[in-house]
Design a protein around this ligand. Structure first.
Ligand code: DHB
Length: 310
């Protein structure tokens, strides 16, 4: 029994697609809606207008088939498309509407539009897209993040979560948690891709991505330790009302289990979902189930946040 609640939304399974993966078109979103073992669906982060994104190649899977680098550049069909999807389609699973903006005004306009629509589901504000040339990740600027959330909560009454970039310094965990704790957030999603890595093709001595000189967001097994550190550090600092979606480095049921130990309420899967397809949810849930059986775990409460120290 994997029953979990965030705000007004109830989940029967723990896993969902990570932002950006299998979620740009209704066709893709529907594949997650109907994937056995999936517990929720995340839509592609939407801008006010549709965007083509960066030139190809913009997504690269390592030869090991467990890691990726991308510089997608926010290709998406625009907020109206995803808002129409969550409002007017017959949704099988709880569906999270992800929004972003290339300016503070665009973010506020998107949230105003959502508010005016009467949409009552979960919304994720992406504060951490690393791939738009010239646009820094908002959540690395603490004052801007605080100011933006202050402006949002001057009018916004919906169920909002935020997608965070990975942090790498304990003082930064303290700083972001202190800011987030001031607001009635439903959840945080940690982490986005590890921004601006660089992968080189040994055959050609060239970068593997076209945009941004090859710099791109890292995902997959290589970011697991960073993701776990962020989930754990945030769980230890955030008020209990703020739930956590753990994202990063999930390729096995053990990885899901480790996110739970660090305090994740739900767990999302990005790179390995892109590699394996939507059948991955049932595989991961089966592997998690086997770990629970072996350890004689009967309820999520026995695992969630129960990481042991030495
Ligand atoms: C993109 C990448 C991200 O990591 C993100 O959070 C949003 C968008 C992208 O490049 O499209």
């Amino acid at each position: 029994n994997y029953s979990t609640t965030i705000a007004n939304e109830h989940f029967d399974h723990l896993l969902l697609n990570a932002g950006g993966i299998f979620c740009e078109s209704v066709d893709q979103l529907e594949k997650i809606q109907h994937a056995p073992g999936a517990g929720a669906v995340m839509t592609k982060s939407a801008t006010a207008e549709k965007r083509a994104g960066n030139p190809n190649p913009r997504y690269f899977t390592y030869p090991d088939h467990h890691n990726t680098i991308n510089a997608m550049g926010l290709p998406n069909l625009g907020i109206d498309y995803y808002l129409d999807y969550v409002l007017h389609h017959q949704l099988t699973l709880p569906t999270i509407l992800s929004v972003v903006g290339l300016s503070e005004e665009e973010i506020l306009a998107n949230l105003k539009k959502i508010q005016a629509s009467g949409y009552d589901g979960l919304i994720e504000l992406n504060l951490s897209c690393p791939n738009v040339p010239g646009k820094p990740q908002i959540a690395y600027d603490f004052d801007t993040t605080d100011h933006l959330l202050d402006r949002i909560y001057s009018f916004f009454t919906g169920h909002l979560g935020v997608k965070l970039p990975p942090y790498f310094d304990m003082a930064h965990f303290d700083r972001i948690a202190k800011i987030l704790n001031q607001y009635p957030l439903a959840y945080v999603n940690a982490v986005n891709s590890v921004g601006n890595g660089l992968v080189i093709d040994p055959e050609t001595d060239r970068v593997v991505l076209m945009a941004k000189g090859g710099f791109g967001g890292l995902g997959g097994a290589q970011i697991k330790a960073t993701a776990l550190a962020n989930v754990r550090a945030l769980r230890l600092r955030l008020k209990p009302e703020i739930k956590i979606i753990g994202t990063g480095g999930v390729t096995t049921g053990r990885d899901v289990y480790d996110h739970l130990l660090c305090g994740a309420d739900l767990v999302s899967v990005g790179s390995q979902l892109a590699i394996e397809g939507p059948s991955i949810f049932q595989r991961l849930e089966d592997e998690l189930e086997a770990i629970f059986a072996e350890k004689h775990i009967e309820s999520l409460d026995q695992v969630r946040g129960k990481l042991k120290r030495l």
